[in-house]
Design a protein around this ligand. Sequence first.
Ligand SMILES: *[C@@H]1O[C@H](CO)[C@@H](O)[C@H](O)[C@H]1NC(C)=O
Ligand SMILES: *[C@@H]1O[C@H](CO)[C@@H](O)[C@H](O)[C@H]1NC(C)=O
Ligand SMILES: *[C@@H]1O[C@H](CO)[C@@H](O)[C@H](O)[C@H]1NC(C)=O
Length: 368
Amino acid sequence: MSSNADTAYKLVLLSLSLSLSLSAVGDLLLLCGVIVLLQGVCGCPEKCRCHSSSHSVDCSQQGLAEIPSDLPPQTLTLHLQDNQIQQLPAFAFRSVPQLTTLNLCNNSLSNLAPGAFQGLHHLKVLNLTQNSLHSLESRLFHSLPQLRELDLSSNNITHLPTSLGKVWENLTVFAVQQNQLQQLDRALLESMPSVRLLFLKDNLWKCNCHLLSLKLWLEKFIYKGGITDSVICASPDTWKGKELLKIPHELYQPCPFPSLDVGSLRGQQLGSAHQPVPKPPESHSTGERDHPECELKPKPRPANLRHAVATVIITGVVCGIVCLMMLAAAIYGCTYAAVTAQYHGGRLAQTNEPVKMEGKELYDSSPA
Ligand SMILES: *[C@@H]1O[C@H](CO)[C@@H](O)[C@H](O)[C@H]1NC(C)=O
Ligand SMILES: *[C@@H]1O[C@H](CO)[C@@H](O)[C@H](O)[C@H]1NC(C)=O
Ligand SMILES: *[C@@H]1O[C@H](CO)[C@@H](O)[C@H](O)[C@H]1NC(C)=O
């Protein structure tokens, strides 16, 4: 009986310890699993070097054709420069939502999906220099509210969005030098109120009436302490090689009033919701369809003619008024003179009478 109880007790103990050790093994296994999983998530992609202290990942010069899929989620800085990445799909950086600096310089990017940067709410620096970008949609940047530096230099960009739809209040550096830009809309610049550095050099700036607003904006920008390089005109021939800021305002003709349908058409084309300043025709543009009335004319004759006509009319009116006044003065003068003369004449006549009388008397007396 007692031995029976003893074996039962032993059995219970045994099963208890067994289950305990089993659960310990399970825990251990779980822990291992978690560690392996963590390593899987936090590990460094094969071709990259990860610096955990600075949360930066360097995947530069690795011949990459796409974004590595297993980036550590806490990455703040991602170097992808000097690779062969050709396009960015939507949500390309979904796995690294904390990113603040993204360098995609010297890749082969020609196509960015409109949602490529979706989810990068903290991105401050975006470097896209030395790629093959042709155009950009405003939607592309909607998801980057914190952006401070945007470098689009050394691409083939022919046009930028007319506006961003909303304000990039923190953007301080905007670089588009070495592209194929012919014009830059003032509304786009006005959506970057904090911009301090602006690089525009080496484009195909077309110095016609549309660039007048850029010129005016730049003058204000420089006056307020902004720093920019030079906008050198590439066309028309009259201004080729000249600096936009050095061409006097007077030589620009105002742009013809933009037709609304073309403006809204362009708005749809660029996918921008709002278009505070509708862009005049120029747009769906192989670019070669020149509008002679937009061109900057070195000798704006019709305006001169109009001026001349106005001058003649004004001179005529002024002369007329002066003549009338002179006439009035003359009449007054004559009248006054006449009245005075009459008055004096009367008095003279009175004072002369005795003389005359004397004379008369003399005459009278002489024969006598
Ligand atoms: C661009 O990247 C390639 C490698 O993809 C490299 O050989 C080349 O030197 C880089 N160019 C510049 C200007 O850094
Ligand atoms: C982008 O990268 C290029 C080349 O490394 C560099 O010269 C430039 O300063 C960078 N732009 C910004 C805004 O950091
Ligand atoms: C601009 O920066 C300030 C300061 O970092 C921040 O408070 C603000 O939210 C930023 N603006 C936007 C549109 O994110």
